[in-house]
Design a binder for this molecule. Structure first.
Ligand code: SF4
Length: 178
């Protein structure tokens, strides 16, 4: 299915209760033919207001990390597991994730990225369950014929600045894989 059609479906989606509280859906943005897709867990307040992914403080760090390896946001595709904001940024419910993953898998099939970058434990757990981030970051894991690259969520750097260099190294590894 074409990406714009998938995004049209997302815009009118009422498959879970988050459709009642969202302001805008946040389908994702970037290059529809990118080799890289970046996945967070769910939109926050800024994203819900703008309909754009990663537009708050964590988004600025993501932009810096991409620039560190000579890429820009428009070179990749950025989205999240959920396309609607959970109220007060609460944790996503199992049934919400189960429904919304269908949209994400349609996006994978349309974009066909070489690597899917799972950012942070909260995104990772919906695909792989619990992983030890300190041991697994910067590595590739396969599932269902797809390549996933494991790294920290950019927001983690907001609280632990010393992680910045570690995550920059992850992005350098990722760039070399392309
Ligand atoms: S979170 Fe996903 S499944 Fe739920 S209403 Fe939004 S787009 Fe649909």
């Amino acid at each position: 299915m074409k990406l714009e059609l998938i995004h049209k479906k997302i815009a009118s989606c009422k498959k879970c209760e988050l459709s009642k509280t969202r302001n805008l859906t946040v389908p994702g943005e970037g290059d529809p033919n990118s080799k890289l897709m970046f996945i967070g867990e769910a939109p926050g307040r800024k994203e819900d207001e703008t309909g754009k992914p990663f537009h708050g403080a964590a988004g600025k760090i993501l932009t810096q990390l991409l620039e560190h390896v000579g890429m820009e946001r428009q070179d990749v595709f950025i989205t999240s597991i959920l396309k609607c904001r959970p109220p007060k940024n609460r944790l996503p419910k199992k049934e919400e994730v189960a429904e919304c993953l269908k949209h994400l898998y349609s996006q994978f099939d349309s974009i066909k990225p070489k690597y899917i970058v799972l950012m942070g434990n909260s995104a990772i757990k919906h695909v792989f369950g619990k992983l030890d981030m300190s041991a697994e970051h910067g590595t590739v894991k396969q599932k269902d014929g797809r390549n996933y690259f494991i790294t920290y969520h950019p927001a983690a750097i907001l609280y632990r600045r010393r992680l910045f260099d570690t995550v920059k190294e992850d992005y350098a590894i990722l760039k070399k894989l392309l």
